[in-house]
Write a protein that binds this ligand. Structure first.
Ligand SMILES: *Cc1c(COP(=O)(O)O)cnc(C)c1O
Length: 371
């Protein structure tokens, strides 16, 4: 019965292959494969323009970019963060010998709740690492106010926030640093990849040093850096992909809109509303399966799977439930009631440029037929 192709939660947009050939020819001719090559420099420039940010440093992936961001700001001790994210957010803290302190999220945006941040600050706290979950901007003004009051750094995990704007500017301009991921599953991808956005040239130099072993010149190594450089193939793909962002975003906006129209008001299904003031990138479509829906979240998840539709429970389990975090004092469920609840109810539905209208209607039909 089910001979249809599987539908995943996301799928990268692949520009026409023949358009990539000239980039490949250039790389073959120049034999310059990595280390700040032509496409690398070009992509940094184009991304600054596209994202409306002053400085971008490209990375081989978002996780290494997070690692380097923490190093660049000399973060130590304790860092306040959210349990409602992908594990890389806190794994990079552990890799830097930093102690994560989890703070609950708000039910409206699923982002860290600023009202809970202050009570989690101790004498060892040095920074806050919030996440713009699903591309919804955090309460950036309140987080900055707290950071200023307590002299803390702010590093945004902006892995979901490519192109997102709030208060009339790029959300990436908030905090000390913002970290992007260009992984294949993200709205803008370079196969694997990532970036740090910073605000001054001095910081950009430090970040670029850190991602290249700390090497300043042939005979000078200034710091114990790592290798986190993006290569020319990745950068070239990014440049090509950037040309299609208009197409990618308009298709995803249509899909988002259609889900909203069809699912808003379905009993037991809650469609989180969009923040009025922000400009989204439509790269996730979370719904909450409430107790008055006839099926549990997991039963609906399974029902979709049985028909070849691979919705994802982002973010379940919570980071704080994984074995390397669960022993932390801040990981106890009573400290994180909202995150716990949302993680037990959330389901992210397929949304990507080439999602067929038929497939989307099939998904909507299955959700409605649960009634
Ligand atoms: C994807 C993602 C990362 C990690 O990025 P990679 O490029 O896969 O290393 C970090 N944080 C969040 C919230 C993510 O979604």
């Amino acid at each position: 019965m089910n001979s249809k192709k599987p539908v995943y939660v996301t799928q990268p947009y692949m520009p026409p292959l023949q358009e990539f050939i000239p980039y490949l020819e250039q790389i073959w001719d120049s034999k310059w494969l990595t280390n700040n090559g032509y496409y690398h420099r070009q992509l940094e420039k184009e991304l600054c323009k596209y994202l409306e940010v002053p400085y971008v440093s490209l990375f081989s992936n978002g996780t290494l970019a997070l690692m380097v961001a923490l190093q660049a700001l000399h973060i130590t001790g304790e860092v306040i963060t959210t349990p409602y994210s992908f594990v890389a957010t806190t794994h990079t803290l552990l890799w830097n010998n930093i102690h994560p302190a989890f703070v609950d999220i708000t039910p409206l945006t699923f982002n860290i709740n600023p009202q809970k941040i202050e009570e989690a600050i101790t004498s060892r706290t040095t920074a806050i690492v919030p996440v713009h979950v699903y591309g919804n901007p955090c309460d950036v003004d309140e987080i900055q106010r707290i950071a200023d009051t307590y002299n803390l750094k702010v590093i945004y995990d902006a892995a979901h926030a490519f192109g997102v704007r709030c208060n009339g500017k790029s959300v990436l301009n908030y905090g000390d640093l913002s970290v992007l991921s260009f992984h294949a599953t993200k709205i803008f991808n370079t196969f694997e990849g990532g970036a740090i956005v910073c605000h001054d040239e001095e910081m950009k130099r430090r970040i670029d040093l850190l991602k290249n072993f700390g090497i300043a010149d042939e005979v000078t190594v200034l710091t114990s850096g790592i290798n986190a450089k993006m290569c020319e193939l990745q950068a070239a793909f990014g440049l090509l992909q950037l040309k299609y962002m208009g197409h990618i975003l308009s298709r995803c906006a249509e899909i988002d809109c259609h889900y909203r129209e069809e699912l808003n008001g379905v009993p037991g299904i809650r469609v989180p509303h969009r923040l009025a003031e922000s400009h989204q990138n439509y790269s996730y479509f979370p719904i909450l399966i409430e107790p008055d829906y006839p099926l549990s979240r997991d039963a609906l998840y399974q029902k979709l799977r049985d028909q070849g539709i691979y919705a994802r429970r982002y973010f379940y389990p919570l980071i704080s439930d994984f074995p390397m975090y669960r022993g932390l004092p801040s990981a106890v469920a009573t400290n994180l009631p909202v995150a716990k609840l949302v993680s037990e109810r959330v389901l992210c539905l397929p949304i990507y440029t080439d999602l067929a209208k038929d497939d989307q209607n099939r998904i909507i039909g299955i959700i409605k037929s649960g009634l």
